[in-house]
Unconditional design. Structure first.
Lengths: 253, 225
């Protein structure tokens, strides 16, 4: 037996051992575990490149398909808003479907549930991860939309459009994380994810498209209507709270 | 206080009964070894004891906590070494262990210590998917004991390990670790050597419950017939 063979007393003298026994009294707060969860999400995506490149390529391909299918060089106004938001919605679904796959397939849920970490931390980490995916998607897709399809100048619309994108992204992140956590527990997760997500995301698409419509119209006719921005904000809040309330139950058996 | 107290435990998956009428008690520091053919309910028992599965009937107390009501309080108190390593294949050993160390509030030095101790230093920066099964099992052992849990739940812990690796992990998860352990095994000889109490399961029901000195390898072999 090697010299490293330890007696029980040496084990408890190991480096870090004094911090080790957390358990019931040492529950880890969200602030304590969130950086580790986010770092893990980022590393897994950077190593696999499964979500963001797929979402971005999907969006670019869809714009090209719209370009030919609509049989017109450019779009504007309500049509432009519809094309942009439907494309972003379907691209987002690809990310939603992949969000929990590594955790479900590689025991990540069990590893997390065995630790004294606040369960909501995983929800927040996943929602922030999906939000980051959406931001990267839009950094690629929105300028591409401006180049390939949009008639009016994107530059003038962009300052207001960023607010609409941000509000819609928050809602997609909340709904998407919730739906993904439900779907990943089932055998038909690839089918169930979009089936559950689409009806829940329709109000976001309606609100975002209506809010974007004046921004993408010829001559940039105005600002987004406050009622649509308010609707998006309320939807974000409601689904954020629902996701937070339900997530513990979804993780547990 | 007993570390484990089970009374009439039952667990089902839909219509199928995975565990039924399991009752036993295990003192702190003792080892329970569970034998049984594939599908006998061994893994389900470990997952119930770890708070990962809800018992459907009976009383389950683990480290004084009643499950499922107090399973939150059990988190951080259990080390589970399952068939799956509970590690991310795309991350390195160091990244995986540091992630779990953060979840458990363990200092990073403990990760370095365990990597060195399990002779993983040198390969700790390679993604897990590139490591051999034996190396992955050693990382899984490190994850399991990272937070020094008082209760170890070990599902065939020596699977994929060569004799030298078994010698490395023995002080961490073996008898000398002086922890309460529940081990699932198919190896009567090694299992009996590890055990204080033996539980044999057949189709989810206890077919054998005895102290290790009172159990013969022939009785264990009978469980597989």
């Amino acid at each position: 037996m090697s010299a490293e063979t330890a007696t029980p007393s040496r084990l408890t003298d190991a480096p870090g051992a004094t911090h080790a026994r957390t358990g019931a009294a040492g529950a880890r707060s969200m602030r304590a575990v969130l950086p580790a969860l986010l770092r893990k999400e980022l590393l897994v995506e950077l190593r696999t490149l499964q979500a963001v490149p797929g979402m971005s390529l999907f969006a670019l391909s869809t714009f090209v398909v719209f370009h030919f299918a609509l049989n017109r060089g450019t779009v504007a106004g309500d049509l432009a808003a519809g094309v942009l938001w439907v494309t972003l919605l379907f691209a987002a679904l690809l990310g939603v479907n992949r969000l929990f796959v590594a955790d479900a397939d590689q025991g990540g849920f069990d590893g997390f549930l065995l630790a004294p970490a606040e369960p909501g931390a995983m929800l927040i980490a996943k929602a922030l991860t999906l939000l980051a995916y959406l931001v990267v998607l839009e950094i690629v897709a929105v300028p591409a939309f401006g180049l390939l399809l949009l008639g009016p100048s994107l530059g003038r619309a962009l300052p207001d459009l960023i607010w609409v994108l941000a509000l819609a992204d928050l809602g997609v992140a909340a709904v998407g994380t919730l739906v993904s956590a439900i779907a990943v527990q089932t055998r038909a997760r690839d089918l169930l994810g979009p089936l559950l997500a689409l009806p829940l995301l329709v109000p976001i698409v309606i609100g975002a498209a209506r809010a974007s419509e004046p921004l993408l119209a010829e001559g940039h006719v105005g600002h987004p209507a406050a009622r649509w921005l308010l609707m998006l904000g309320l939807y974000d809040l409601v689904f954020g709270l629902i996701a937070y309330a339900l997530f513990d139950f979804l993780l547990e058996d | 206080m007993p570390a484990l107290e089970l009374e009439g435990l039952a667990r089902r998956y839909g219509e199928r009964t995975a565990l039924s009428d399991v009752s036993l008690s295990l003192r702190e520091g003792q080892t329970l070894v569970v034998f049984g053919a594939n599908g006998a309910g061994k893994t389900t028992l470990l997952r119930v004891l770890g708070g990962l599965l809800r018992p459907h009937e009976g009383t389950v107390r683990v480290l004084g906590r009643e499950l499922p009501q107090e399973r939150w309080a059990l988190r951080g108190q259990v080390g589970l070494l399952a068939h799956e390593p509970l590690l991310y294949r795309e991350l390195t050993a160091t990244e995986n262990l540091r992630y779990h160390a953060s979840l458990h509030g363990v200092a990073p030095e403990r990760v370095e210590h365990l990597l060195a101790r399990l002779r993983l230093a040198g390969r700790e920066r390679e993604p897990l998917r590139t490591l051999s099964r034996g190396s992955v099992q050693r990382v899984a052992v490190a994850r399991c004991v990272l937070h020094e849990p008082p209760l170890l739940l070990l599902d065939e812990p020596y699977a994929n390990l060569d004799p030298a690796a078994i010698e490395l992990v023995e002080p961490l998860i073996g008898r000398t670790s002086a922890r309460t352990r529940v081990i699932c095994s198919h190896d009567p000889e090694r299992g009996l050597a590890e055990a204080d109490v033996v539980l044999g399961l057949r189709d989810g029901r206890p077919a054998l419950l005895a102290s290790a000195p009172d159990t013969s390898p022939a009785e264990i072999a009978e469980l597989y017939r």
